[in-house]
Each structure stands twice: as structure tokens, then as C-alpha cells.
Design a protein around this ligand. Structure first.
Ligand SMILES: CC(C)(COP(=O)(O)OP(=O)(O)OC[C@H]1O[C@@H](n2cnc3c(N)ncnc32)[C@H](O)[C@@H]1OP(=O)(O)O)[C@@H](O)C(=O)NCCC(=O)NCCS
Length: 222
């Protein structure tokens, strides 16, 4: 499959949001929020436009990766800047064909050129282990609340780039901090789509529950 990858441009914004909405719709919750994260954060100081790439097949945007800045705060309270990404979206009909992996690989090279040390994300280990992520606990990196979460994953951008860096991962912002009215107004600009239950939502919740059970180590950072 021929896939072109290039930086997101202003003209792409709506299409990127549509692809993201389609990719996440009814997957983890009835409906989806991820397209609004992109919409509201794209122009914030947390965004890194030099790292937001679209994947194009046959002239159409079919994939997207969106990065923001995040921090690891160590025991001494020193903050180390890292990258996080999400959403990562691939059009539903073209999933599992290597597009997600290609977007990660491509953006990773650019991140290295820009001098970043590591990417830390929350995600399914089954997928992200295949594209180079390891459990963040391997590096002594825990969630903001100090819990070593299984879904918290890290990738060094060069050998030993995380050596000497451990602590708690602080994401910049989550979609839940976005204003609900603004979100509803934004959502109403898209064609109506049925919000419904899908088995994938239960699988996601089960994974979260299962992982919470496994999170047995607590960092005593304070
Ligand atoms: C998750 C997503 C970005 C992956 O992109 P993709 O292009 O479909 O996946 P790729 O083809 O790059 O997959 C690479 C490998 O991971 C595997 N894989 C893909 N999705 C997987 C999943 N959900 N669970 C486990 N493995 C998965 C592929 O089979 C492939 O394995 P292989 O290298 O052994 O052949 C895409 O499926 C998507 O947009 N999903 C909906 C939104 C979403 O969940 N985004 C991620 C949020 S954490």
C-alpha cells in the first residue's frame, strides 16, 4: 500500500477531525471525544505542530498522529519534558495495514531530530509493544498519582535516553477538562451519528479494571 506522510496543514483540519471521529466513534464510549481534543488543543501552547502528521492514501487523509508536550516530575521536583501523543487515528476501513505504525515511526524520527528524549503514552500494551513501547514502570515512570500503571508505556528515542529520568508522568490536559458546552457545539457541526453500545467498550473497561488490579506498586515519591 502506498502511503504518503506529511505535516498537517490548516486545510486538513476538518478532514483530520472527521477521520479521528470515525476511528474512535463508539469504540471506548458511546460516541467519541478524541476529535475535540485535536480541535481545541491544536493551537494551544501544548501542541507541537512540527510533529502532527497526516497519512494520505489515494489523495485522502486516512490517518493522523497528534502530539503534545508532557512532563516527568522526579523526586526532587525537577521537571523533564517528554512527548505524548493521542489521538492516533486510522480510518476504520484501513486499520491493521501498517498506517498507525508508519505514523509512529515517521514522527519518531522527527522527534529525535528535534531533540526530544522519549514518548510516554497510555494505550493497549498488546498494540504498542509491537511498535516499540515498553511498560513505563521499566524506567521507574509512574502515573501522576504515583501508580505504576500497565497501560502507561514509554519509548526511549535513543539508547538510554531515559537513564536518570524517573518519576511521575504529568499529561498536559485531558479532554474531560474541555468545556462541555463548547464540545457540544463543536460536535453539532458534524453529521449526526448514533451513539451506541459496542462490545469494544466493555473490553476497554475490563482492560482498565484488570490493569487497575495489577497496579500493585505505589511510588513513595513524596
Ligand atoms: C490503534 C490504531 C491507531 C492502530 O493503527 P493501525 O494502522 O490499525 O495498526 P498497524 O497496522 O500499524 O498495526 C501494527 C501492529 O499492531 C497490530 N494491531 C493493530 N491494532 C491492534 C489492536 N487494537 N490490538 C492489538 N494489536 C493491534 C497489528 O495487527 C500489527 O501487528 P503486526 O505488526 O504483528 O502485523 C488504529 O487501529 C485505530 O485508529 N484504532 C482506533 C482508534 C484507537 O484506538 N487509537 C489508539 C488509541 S490508544
Amino acid at each position: 500500500m502506498e502511503l504518503k506522510i506529511r505535516l498537517e496543514e490548516k486545510n486538513d483540519y476538518r478532514k483530520v477531525e472527521e477521520v479521528t471521529r470515525e476511528a474512535f466513534w463508539n469504540l471506548y464510549i458511546p460516541g467519541a471525544n478524541e476529535h475535540s481534543i485535536v480541535h481545541y488543543l491544536r493551537n494551544s501552547e501544548l501542541a507541537i505542530p512540527q510533529l502532527n502528521f497526516v497519512g494520505i492514501k489515494d489523495g485522502e487523509i486516512v490517518g493522523y498522529i497528534f502530539y503534545t508536550k508532557a512532563q516527568i516530575i522526579d523526586k526532587k521536583g525537577t521537571s523533564h519534558e517528554v512527548l505524548t501523543f493521542g489521538p492516533l487515528s486510522v480510518s476504520p476501513k484501513l486499520q491493521k495495514l501498517g498506517i498507525g505504525k508508519a505514523l509512529i515511526e515517521f514522527s519518531k524520527k522527527r522527534a529525535i531530530d528535534m531533540g526530544y528524549k522519549a514518548i510516554i503514552i497510555y494505550g493497549y500494551p498488546e498494540y504498542y509493544n509491537k511498535v516499540g513501547f515498553k511498560s513505563a514502570a521499566n524506567f521507574g515512570i509512574a502515573r501522576a498519582d504515583g501508580v505504576f500503571a500497565k497501560a502507561l508505556l514509554a519509548m526511549e528515542l535513543y539508547p538510554d535516553s531515559l537513564k536518570g529520568i524517573s518519576g511521575n508522568f504529568h499529561e498536559s490536559v485531558s479532554c474531560f477538562e474541555l468545556d462541555e458546552n463548547e464540545f457540544l457545539e463543536f460536535e453539532s457541526s458534524f453529521p449526526i451519528k448514533e451513539k451506541k453500545y459496542e462490545l469494544s467498550q466493555d473490553i476497554f473497561l475490563e482492560m482498565v479494571d484488570k490493569l487497575e488490579d495489577l497496579e500493585n506498586m505505589k511510588l513513595n515519591n513524596n
